[in-house]
Design a protein around this ligand. Structure first.
Ligand code: SF4
Length: 89
């Protein structure tokens, strides 16, 4: 099951023009590897069951957010446009 949490994130670098990213985590896919936490601790944290949740996705730049999503071994982190088009994965 997907979209446990989501927060908008302004992203001027993914495309030429500024767009809004929706960040979400599929907590059912999260295995608690914590790669995302190491890359962006202000965005991702682990709960008591070692499952990632979102804290403040707007606190980092776009590259950091994309790096964190790419670092997830199970592709549990999703970046989408406002109208639902996938940006990552
Ligand atoms: S990198 Fe992926 S699997 Fe690891 S804690 Fe973050 S969301 Fe979960």
């Amino acid at each position: 099951m997907r979209v446990i949490y989501y927060v908008v994130h302004n992203s001027p670098t993914i495309q030429e023009q500024c767009m809004t990213l929706i960040v979400s985590i599929d907590q059912g896919r999260c295995i608690g590897a914590a790669n995302c936490v190491h890359i962006a601790p202000t965005v991702f944290q682990l709960d008591d069951e070692n499952i990632a949740y979102l804290v403040d996705p707007a606190s980092v730049d776009d590259e950091t957010l994309i790096d964190a999503a790419r670092s997830c071994p199970t592709d549990a982190i999703y970046l989408d446009t406002e109208d639902g088009k996938p940006v990552y994965p």
